[in-house]
Design a protein around this ligand. Structure first.
Ligand SMILES: [Zn+2]
Length: 240
């Protein structure tokens, strides 16, 4: 099975919707979560990235996310992000649904991006639902441990979906609609372990997977490439 076979599949099965996970951003120097060198190998997500932790100790959660936001903003889109933007421009990808919060798809030029786990673009007030842009949040964090809502004074929450939180309803609905309308969902860089997003490929007529290592849905995929995202998608572009 090769990138050429994947290119044929994409050409023959339109519309194609792409679902991406952490594996698409590792080549940008962003560690993934669950591998041996991943973020959760060193820190307990329930201590720093859960809604319970945020309610109990927002300073701890923000000290984790402040570093993370800086790291993600310094990262640059890689070949995989670029190839997906190019595929959209050529009319071969209808949308990218991503579990990533790093905004690298948008920065690479993808226009139809559904961020089902939120993003670092802003922080959110749980009291009045105000959304504060990341620049203003980081400016506040220069002088205090947690950012406040400029409207009601509550502590702002990172604009990413924390453990224990529901996914944003509008984004999840849009992602489900896109998957159901797709003749092909192409999964890139996700081991499909986090629900409900991991169930999206099952909504499509067929799905293919590009991921290093096994995923929960390998058996049901029409094609599985155990390979890196950047090299594979670049080869797919060349083959189209
Ligand atoms: Zn507020």
């Amino acid at each position: 099975m090769s990138a050429a076979a994947l290119a044929d599949l994409i050409r023959a099965h339109q519309p194609c919707v792409v679902l991406t996970g952490a594996g698409v951003s590792t080549e940008s120097g962003i560690p993934d979560f669950r591998s041996a060198t991943g973020i959760w190998a060193d820190v307990d997500p329930f201590e720093v990235a859960s809604i319970q932790a945020f309610r109990r100790d927002p300073e701890r959660v923000w000290s984790f996310y402040r570093e993370r936001i800086h790291l993600l903003r310094d990262a640059q889109p890689n070949a995989a992000h670029g190839a997906l933007a190019e595929l959209e421009q050529r009319g071969l990808v209808a949308a990218v649904v991503t579990q990533n919060i790093d905004t690298l798809h948008s920065r690479a030029g993808s226009r139809e991006v559904v961020e089902v786990h939120g993003s670092i673009r802003s922080a959110r007030c749980l009291g009045c639902l105000w959304s504060e842009p990341a620049d203003a949040v980081l400016a506040q964090l220069e002088s205090k441990p947690t950012p406040d809502c400029p409207h009601c004074g509550d502590v702002l929450k990172p604009g990413v979906v924390l453990f224990g939180e529901l996914l944003p309803a509008a984004e999840l609905e849009r992602a489900t609609h896109l998957a159901r309308a797709a003749r092909l969902v192409l999964v890139v860089g996700s081991s499909l372990e986090v629900w409900p997003v991991a169930g999206l490929p099952l909504e499509a007529q067929a799905f293919a997977i590009v991921n290093r290592g096994p995923t929960a849905l390998d058996e049901q995929a029409v094609l599985k490439l155990d390979a890196g995202a950047g090299e594979t998608l670049s080869a797919v572009l060349d083959a189209l």
